[in-house]
Design a protein around this ligand. Structure first.
Ligand code: 4AD
Ligand code: MG
Length: 466
């Protein structure tokens, strides 16, 4: 018996030129063809989009075992890494030992056929990571997550873990999911006959957070530069290709940054992430460019090179009003922009990413810094081609009186925010921040049409199976 070989990753072996040595790989067969003296197994271990070819001299192996190696089977192969004469690969492995861990009945295995629709693959989210497309998406998603931490760490930002269960409706950013341990059938009632949340686990009503921003501001007003990167939850019933009920958000918050600094950071950050993907994920991006979106690579490269257009909401409304286009949702000053308006500005008018600032006060959150015109706030949204809004942010209102005035005008329960308000009482400073929707970023970088296909297990109305 040979000494046990250390497992190698397919990604590393495909790049290796250290031929004629014994190696071991483990993974899942994608195909097994040929049945005469020699057969070929295409083996994938998820480390890279490509398969490695295993050459099997069939007489050396148990025939029943070989029959069990079909698409989907899990196997371990030891053998000699040799330079390949075949087209499309540099190396292959001539097998000397094969262990069949688990078969996959070809009559039943849902991935036996190729070319499944995205809809069908969503219904088998437990298996779709084994497809080329989802393998590519998940590796790119990982690379972007890593790049986000690297970007902020390299620039002196601290990763702040903000709570997922919260007692405040952070910003009215959407309907919230209630977190409770009360009996759903017979909850305790107070004197006015309402559910008595004093009896609940936390002694008050709590929800899943829609954003880590408010706690992020507490961190920034001590550590200066922080970012959060965590799951957020919105119970909005929007069945669109850009909304999830559970999505991940990156929220940097910077003391002493004004809106200009905020925009500069957002633009630099987005470009860095796209460049990181181009530098580290080119095999997967090339696959997606060929199979999913022929314009992908070109779009990614252009986003890194151009200077984003910056204009105010008021200027954007004028452009939309003067456009020849009829929109499903009519535009006028004061309306919230819809995805069709955002995409018109980006894709038709400017043909590059756009940063809009100074939105009407009445359609934005209470914490945004008020401009002197009494009508607008120092908000900024970054709009991207194919996506629309990818980032939302603002300079924050640091003036206590002005903040309190907005809290009152908007009927926000002040007593749930006393801790937030105290940052404006004690050493208040100008500060700014923004939120990047992680899945929208992954969508942009991968070219995937539907946001449900860039998160392993999407949460949307009526869908929490896996
Ligand atoms: O614009 P939003 O609601 O901003 C905030 O939550 C602020 N607290 C951010 C901040 O200033 N720190 O959300 C930020 C981003 C959006 O631009 C969008 O990319 C994404 O989060 N997003 C969603 N992504 C997927 N599904 C949803 N339902 C989303 N809602 C927002
Ligand atoms: Mg927004």
């Amino acid at each position: 018996m040979m000494e046990k070989l250390k497992q190698s990753k397919v990604a590393a072996l495909l790049k290796s030129t250290d031929y004629d040595r014994m190696v071991n790989v483990k993974g899942w067969a994608r195909a097994h063809r040929g049945s005469g003296k020699i057969s070929f197994i295409a083996l994938n271990d998820g480390s890279v989009i490509h398969n490695i070819q295993i050459v099997v001299e069939r007489d050396n192996f148990n025939q029943e075992m070989l029959k069990g190696i079909t698409n989907g089977a899990g196997i371990s192969v030891s053998g000699k890494l040799v330079q390949s004469m075949g087209k499309g690969q540099n190396v292959e492995i001539v097998a000397t030992e094969i262990v069949l861990y688990g078969t996959a009945d070809q009559e039943l295995y849902p991935l036996q056929k190729k070319g499944h629709s995205m809809e069908f693959l969503r219904s088998i989210a437990h298996l779709r990571p084994r497809t080329n497309t989802f393998g590519a998406v998940l590796r790119i998603r990982h690379a972007l997550a890593f790049a986000i931490h690297k970007y902020y760490n390299d620039r002196g930002f601290y990763y702040l873990h903000t709570p997922i269960i919260t007692g405040s409706d952070a910003e009215g950013a959407g309907e919230m999911f209630r977190v409770t341990t009360l009996d759903p059938v017979k909850p305790p009632l107070n004197e006015s006959g309402e559910v008595d949340y004093k009896e609940d686990f936390f002694g008050k009503a709590t929800n899943l957070t829609v954003s880590g921003q408010l706690e992020g501001e507490l961190g920034a007003t001590a550590l200066s530069l922080i970012y959060t990167f965590g799951p957020t939850f919105r119970a909005e019933n929007s069945n669109t290709p850009r909304h999830l009920a559970e999505f991940w958000m990156i929220e940097p918050e910077m003391a002493f940054y004004d809106i200009q600094d905020n925009m500069d950071l957002a633009e630099d950050f987005l470009k860095y992430l796209v460049q990181y993907a181009l530098d580290h994920c080119i095999d997967d991006l090339t696959f997606l460019n060929n199979m999913i979106d022929k314009g992908l690579l070109e779009r990614l490269k252009s986003i890194v090179e151009v200077k984003y257009e910056r204009l105010t909401y008021t200027e954007a409304i004028a452009i939309l009003e003067n456009s020849e286009r009829t929109f499903e949702f009519p535009v006028s000053w004061g309306v919230d922009l819809q995805s069709e308006h955002e995409r018109y500005l980006v894709e038709q008018h400017f043909k590059k990413p756009v940063i809009l600032t100074d939105y009407p006060r009445d359609i934005k959150a209470f914490y945004m810094k008020q401009n002197d015109d009494g009508k607008t706030v120092r908000a900024m949204d970054v709009l991207f081609p194919t996506i629309g809004e990818i980032i939302g942010g603002s300079q924050r209102e640091e003036n206590l009186e002005r903040l309190m005035q907005r809290i009152k005008e908007m009927n926000i329960a002040e007593e749930t925010l006393w801790w937030y308000i105290e940052t404006r009482k004690y050493g208040t400073v100008p500060h700014s921040g923004f939120g990047l929707g992680f899945e929208r970023m992954v969508q942009f970088v991968t070219g995937m049409k539907n946001i449900r296909d860039v998160i392993p297990f999407p949460r949307t109305p009526n869908n929490a199976e896996f």
